[in-house]
Ligand binder design. Structure first.
Ligand code: MRU
Length: 350
């Protein structure tokens, strides 16, 4: 698989196969998985071979293109039936990431119009590549808009992985950090390890190390200590879904970080493309929160680290209320309160 300016390609077409780096085994192993069917893509989304809302959106768009190629349909009606079934199957893989539903809507714009099946197949594949290219361009723009918000020598906390791996490339929160670092190499990043799936320890720390961006890995319960010592100047995180009023769903633990940031007077920034903004829901209480396998909490890989039979909760995301968010950075610019107006205008401008 080809490398990019951003070190690694998360997902790409190779001929008629969708190839993804397996994020479950990083950073110890660099392995690539080839997908020939939408069901394989759905499985990789569910099991976190690929994760991060924008990357999930790209995978979904490609999955729909694979569904069209797989289908033996010779009529428009038969093809549409197969595509509707694939869309339903992909939709239920990760309920919180809005980019997934957004990508399905983008592809539905193509196949909801009656047409020649082969033409629809070609256009679905083309659109999935466009969605990938647009995602990188949006991330670079987010980085450019966000970079001026940070003071010289900023010590920046991030949570989870909102980097090249979570997108088609460059990243949202890590895209901002990359852009800040290009202007000011004296910055440093605190990366929360992000229990239970360790996206921070395994993926963010790895991405930052690859790029030579100074990074200090901490466990999730350490950030309060560093805030109190005055050693965190700002927070930047990604998002899985942003409600119309600016409430932000992101990896579990993000809300806690936002409360700490507010208590210590540090700005809390959210970086996300407008494809993550869901104007159909007024506020964060409507965001579906994915509950994942208890084994992610009781085990690390195959190793058990909790008593057998213990009750476990494993919500994968939480919602940070817009009051705790200092600004939302999208490809359209930096949005401030009232978010309902500026996010709606940004989406409209698309
Ligand atoms: O469960 P994950 O790893 O898919 O969760 C990812 C996150 O919470 C990211 O912060 C979010 O998707 C933004 S990625 C640019």
């Amino acid at each position: 698989m080809s490398k990019t300016e951003y070190n690694v390609k998360t997902i790409e077409w190779q001929s008629d196969e969708v190839v993804m780096i397996d994020q479950r085994v990083l950073p110890l192993d660099e392995k690539y998985i080839h997908h020939k069917t939408w069901q394989e893509v759905g499985d990789s989304i569910k099991t976190m071979v690929i994760r991060g809302a924008p990357a999930i959106g790209v995978a979904t768009a490609m999955g729909m293109a694979l569904a069209a190629m797989q289908s033996p349909a010779t009529t428009y009606e038969a093809l549409k039936q197969d595509l509707d079934a694939a869309a339903q199957g992909l939709f239920i893989t990760r309920p919180t990431a809005y980019n997934l539903g957004w990508a399905l809507q983008e592809q539905a714009k193509i196949y909801n119009e009656p047409g020649d099946p082969d033409d629809i197949r070609r256009r679905l594949k083309e659109r999935s590549q466009e969605i990938l290219d647009e995602d990188i361009a949006m991330c670079v723009a987010i980085g450019e808009h966000g970079a001026p918000l940070f003071p010289k020598g900023a010590r920046i906390l991030t949570h989870c992985n909102a980097g090249a791996l979570a997108t088609a490339g460059y990243g949202t929160a890590l895209g901002v950090i990359r852009s800040v670092f290009k202007r000011d190499p004296s910055i440093m990043v605190y990366a929360d390890e992000t229990r239970p799936f360790l996206q921070g320890a395994r993926l963010t720390a790895w991405e930052l190390q690859q790029e030579g961006i100074p990074c200090c890995l901490i466990t999730d319960n350490m950030s309060g200590y560093f805030f109190k010592k005055g050693e965190i100047d700002a927070v930047v995180v990604g998002s899985d879904r942003i409600a119309a009023n600016g409430d932000v769903a992101n990896k579990i633990g993000t809300y806690t970080v936002s409360v700490l940031a507010k208590a210590h007077g540090a700005p809390f920034y959210v970086a996300a493309p407008t494809s993550t903004v869901d104007l159909s829901i007024p506020h964060g209480d409507h965001i579906p929160i994915e509950e994942r396998d208890p084994a992610e909490v009781t085990h690390f890989r195959e190793v058990q680290c909790a008593p057998s039979g213990i009750d476990v909760c494993n919500p994968a995301f939480d919602v940070t209320p817009h009051e705790n968010v200092s600004a939302i950075i999208t490809e359209a610019g930096v949005h401030l309160e009232p978010y309902s107006e500026s996010l709606a205008a940004a989406k409209k401008g698309k």
